[in-house]
Design a protein around this ligand. Structure first.
Ligand code: PMP
Length: 392
């Protein structure tokens, strides 16, 4: 039976990690994997998380089962950051903990399908796992263009998608720090998107995986809040894996917003049943640490400071890349300064990407996506010079 299985293409980024690890050059640069890096190229545990984990060790007195909804204190503690302090929407929102943002996206898609959604509209390019999840759950993927050639978001395409989704469709949007392009909708564009959702009655699925790493904690969710303020129903997937640096601990949350608070119990019971059949319960450790962190003013202040440092550092790299537009014309580098988060796309050919790797020890995805956080004061000039070399 098992010999019926055909080999799947290996994950290209994992192959890249191996190649980078095997490269003996001291000045090699890894722009492939999507994790934050410091000026020294490290991905350390946050100071605030270390404190919270210490506390967790002291206060946790049981590891007995919690249930499919996970740590409800964690789920509630995140809500003011996502929906706003004292949001009037809170009575219409129910949440649950998930294994990472991936688990939350999967629940969102499966719940939408269970509610009758047949097609999900997805701006491309997108995080590759979006399409894989849609395919695996068994809803039809309808793609639209996320970005225009000038490095800004394609508003007409998303408005068209929302119109076309009327009836049995839903539209999946990145809340901020778009992966892989770094191109987010502007406040004016979000306002138009919110109106389009409200007019069409189409269900928004909003994926927030990088809050605080774009323009700021509040700024990064203004678009999501603009949509939620106008629509009767929405699904929100949230990841804590980047903005708390918890990647392997798999920390996420899934929120359901209903027309009326009275409908929430029935909706959430369906999400619980889906979670039960998928993973039964989310892993506890990271979510519990985030809860302890957010319940403590001191640790919260340290965490926000750490996020500030990360965002400011990535802004500096983006500003330098933007200013290099004159030095390396033709790649649209100027636009990178105005984009957000860890990622950017460079219009490089396969040969140019191979030459960056082989001749310069610079590793990036075959799509042209770079992880901006892989650059820092010590290697950005080398990267710019190498871009100049492969594009001359
Ligand atoms: N959504 C997007 C857009 C992402 O980029 C990611 C992470 N790469 C996720 C969701 C899921 O994150 P995780 O499962 O690691 O929390």
């Amino acid at each position: 039976m098992l010999d019926n299985l055909k080999a799947q293409a290996p994950d290209a980024l994992l192959a890249l990690i191996k190649m980078h690890a095997a490269d003996p050059r001291d000045d090699k640069i890894d722009l492939g994997v999507g994790v934050y890096r410091t000026n020294d190229g490290a991905t350390p545990v946050f100071r605030a998380i270390k404190q919270a984990e210490q506390r967790l060790l002291e206060v946790q007195d049981s590891k007995s089962y919690l249930g499919p909804e996970g740590d409800s204190g964690f789920v509630k503690a995140l809500m003011p950051y996502i929906f706003g302090e004292g949001s009037p929407l809170a009575p219409r929102i129910e949440g649950m903990q998930t294994p990472g943002g991936t688990g939350a996206v999967r629940l969102a898609v499966a719940l939408a399908q269970k509610a009758g959604v047949k097609r999900i509209f997805l701006g491309v390019p997108s995080w590759p796992n979006h399409a894989q999840i849609l395919d695996d759950v068994g809803v039809e993927t309808v793609t639209f263009n996320h970005a225009s050639d000038d490095g800004t978001a394609d508003l007409d395409a998303v408005l068209g998608a929302i119109r076309d989704a009327t009836g049995d469709g839903a539209v999946l949007l990145h809340g901020c720090c778009h992966n892989p392009t770094g191109i987010d909708y502007t406040a004016e564009q979000w306002a138009a998107i919110a109106d389009a959702f409200a007019e069409s009655g189409v269900l928004p699925i909003l994926d927030i995986a990088y809050q605080g790493l774009g323009q700021g904690m509040e700024e990064d969710v203004q678009g999501v809040r603009a949509v939620l303020g106008k629509v009767p129903e929405a699904l929100v997937a949230y990841s804590c894996d980047k903005n708390f640096g918890l990647y392997r601990d798999r920390v996420g949350a899934f929120y359901m917003m209903a027309k009326d608070g009275g409908e929430l119990a029935a909706i959430a019971s369906n999400a619980n049943a889906l979670a039960r059949a998928n993973w039964s319960m989310p892993p506890d450790h990271g979510g519990a640490a985030v809860r302890l962190l957010l319940e403590d003013e001191g640790m919260t202040a340290v965490w926000l400071e750490e996020l500030d440092e990360m965002r400011t550092r990535m802004r500096r790299v983006r500003d330098r890349l933007g200013a290099a537009d004159n030095e390396v014309p033709g790649l649209g580098l100027a636009a990178l300064a105005g984009q957000n988060g860890l990622f950017a796309m460079l219009p490089l050919s396969k040969d140019q990407i191979a030459s960056l790797r082989e001749d310069h020890g610079i590793y990036m995805a075959g799509s042209g996506r770079i992880n901006v956080a892989g650059l820092h004061a010590g290697n950005t000039e080398k990267f710019i010079a190498a871009l100049g070399d492969v594009t001359k």
